[in-house]
Write a protein that binds this ligand. Structure first.
Ligand code: B12
Ligand code: SF4
Ligand code: SF4
Length: 270
């Protein structure tokens, strides 16, 4: 298939149209990365680059939806579990439809589903996917990677879930953030129930025991109060924390919510 060459004015118009489409579908954030950034920054092995997998890929469009702090802070609970499932459906649908829009404009496009694993038992053995939305979000200028290994955005801190649309449309990439969004307060480190993080003094600010985190998630799944996300709930970064307040649900409220809808409801995890 012949590549469609766009003038700078056409590129800018198409970018605006994509943003508007995604926002109408519910996206809180939209960012654009050119595939060259995977080669420039090399956070992953080449087999994970979008254009290694799909040689026609030129741009990755990353969409984010917010996680409401007032629901997340009840974690582990069925309330957060339901929110998580809802965002997952929304992300996959939104990205499907944005890819569909690009198809109708004459471009190749598809989405990489928001997670892409069969079951948590698979991640206990091998905690990674064929394509990382965190890395894509970093390259698309949505945020920077925090000590808790998630993408921290100035608007919602780490309380966003991500999905990527991969296309052969050559669009102007967004600027990556220059300033580290993470303030290294270590609240994520201190509040992790399985002590998954070990702080480091170099650029990668903490090692993460992904196996311990995945094992804990397996337990929570059996109790119908999956996932955990405590390291994202406590992060003080984000305008959302200003809007909802530092703690967005009362202690009594947390206990009440945990008493319903899942097994092992109220116990030692806070
Ligand atoms: C496998 C997986 C897991 C595994 C492994 C987690 C991990 N961090 O790799 C387990 C089961 C432990 C897990 C747990 C959770 N997950 Co998960 N998970 C995934 C999945 C499916 C693949 C991730 C992957 O391939 N990892 C392997 C690669 C990317 O890791 P890596 O090469 O080691 O990259 C790391 C290094 O490069 C390092 N790094 C690079 N530069 C720097 C700089 C600094 C300063 C630091 C500290 C690190 C660092 O950080 C990168 C990310 O870990 C993605 C969805 C997807 N397809 O992207 C969701 C995803 C990463 N998970 C997500 C979430 C929210 C969670 C949870 C909070 C649970 C929840 N939903 O409430 C927890 C906690 C995660 C955490 N603290 O990292 C979100 C993250 C959103 C965000 N804002 O970043 C994702 C993107 C899902 C989504 N569609 O939104 N998850
Ligand atoms: S809780 Fe603090 S250290 Fe952890 S990611 Fe957020 S800002 Fe960084
Ligand atoms: S999701 Fe929970 S168990 Fe996993 S690293 Fe974050 S706080 Fe720890």
């Amino acid at each position: 298939m012949e590549e469609i060459k766009l003038s700078p004015a056409e590129k800018s118009k198409l970018k605006q149209k994509i943003k508007r489409t995604a926002e109408k579908l519910g996206a809180n954030m939209v960012g654009f990365a050119n595939v060259e950034r995977w080669e420039e920054f090399k956070h992953t092995e080449p087999e994970f680059y979008p254009h290694t997998i799909w040689p026609w890929a030129r741009t990755v469009i990353v969409l984010a939806v917010q996680i409401y702090p007032s629901m997340l802070e009840t974690t582990p609970s069925v309330v957060y579990s339901e929110l998580y499932n809802t965002t997952n459906r929304l992300l996959d649908e939104m990205s499907y439809l944005v890819a569909n829009f690009l198809n109708r404009e004459g471009f190749r496009a598809h989405f990489f589903p928001r997670d892409c694993y069969g079951d948590i038992s698979v991640l206990v053995k091998k905690p990674e996917a064929a394509f990382s939305h965190v890395i894509a979000g970093l390259y698309a200028g949505l945020g920077t990677i925090g000590m808790n290994h998630t993408l921290l955005t100035p608007e919602f801190g780490p309380r966003v879930r991500l999905v990527s649309v991969i296309t052969d449309a050559e669009l102007t990439p967004d600027k990556m953030l220059e300033k580290d969004v993470c303030i290294k307060c270590q609240l994520c480190v201190k509040n992790c129930p399985v002590k998954a993080f070990t702080p480091r003094t170099d650029r990668v600010a903490a090692d993460m025991d992904k196996h311990a985190c995945a094992l804990y998630h397996q337990q929570l799944k059996g109790e119908f109060r999956y996932p955990c996300g405590k390291c994202t709930a406590v992060c003080p970064i984000g305008q959302d924390k200003k809007k909802y307040g530092r703690q967005a649900v009362s202690d009594a409220g947390i206990e009440h919510v945990r008493n319903f809808g899942s097994k092992n409801a109220v116990e030692n995890i806070k």
